[in-house]
Ligand binder design. Structure first.
Ligand code: PNS
Length: 171
């Protein structure tokens, strides 16, 4: 097979809570967009996380602004099993980021379960080392205790977080 005939049309899904999106997530999205034909960033409406800080609508809008420069990336959401969503979207692959070894421990069983349910593999991208300590939950904690999170989130996220803090203070 010549390199011209190698298929490059795979549809990948990057699922997550994105409450909110961090620079670490965005780095994974940008790199995955360079590898796969199409990337769907799918916000999981997760009943186990009953108290997300941002509404689904807020998260979708923040994400859409942050990936606007990537033509093969679209933002969506789903409820229920990822395996069902993969089938509905005819996706070929799941993308996940790995920051530290402890991520791998939980992601390995999740990947095996998803493969068992859907026959779809999970491909992992190592987070850039400079984002290895960045998580949505730490970003929220630092921000609401008055710390500067500008180095850790894209500008549209910081803007939305600031609006949210102002709205909460007014209550
Ligand atoms: O950003 P998060 O919260 O770490 O992402 C975890 C997420 C949402 C990707 C994972 O919980 C998930 O895939 N949920 C969908 C429900 C599902 O399919 N659960 C079984 C996984 S084997």
């Amino acid at each position: 097979m010549s390199s011209d005939s190698v298929p490059h049309g795979s549809r990948a899904i990057y699922p997550g809570s994105f409450d909110p999106l961090t620079n670490g997530h965005l780095d994974v999205i940008e790199r995955a967009a360079g590898v796969f034909g199409e990337l769907i960033v799918a916000i999981v409406v997760n009943p186990q996380k009953r108290n997300p800080m941002f509404t689904l609508d807020d998260r979708e809008k923040m994400l859409a602004r942050c990936v606007a420069h990537l033509p093969n990336v679209r933002v969506s959401h789903f409820r229920g099993l990822l395996a069902d969503y993969l089938k509905a979207q005819q996706a070929d692959v799941i993308v996940k980021g790995l920051r530290v070894v402890s991520d791998f421990e939980s992601e390995m069983s999740t990947a095996l379960m998803n493969r068992s349910l859907s026959n779809v593999d999970t491909l992992f991208l190592m987070s850039d080392a400079k984002y290895s300590f960045v998580s949505s939950s730490l970003v929220k904690e630092v921000f609401f205790l008055g710390g500067d999170v500008a180095p850790f989130v894209p500008a549209p996220v910081l803007e939305t977080m600031t609006l949210k803090r102002t709205a909460l203070k007014g209550k």
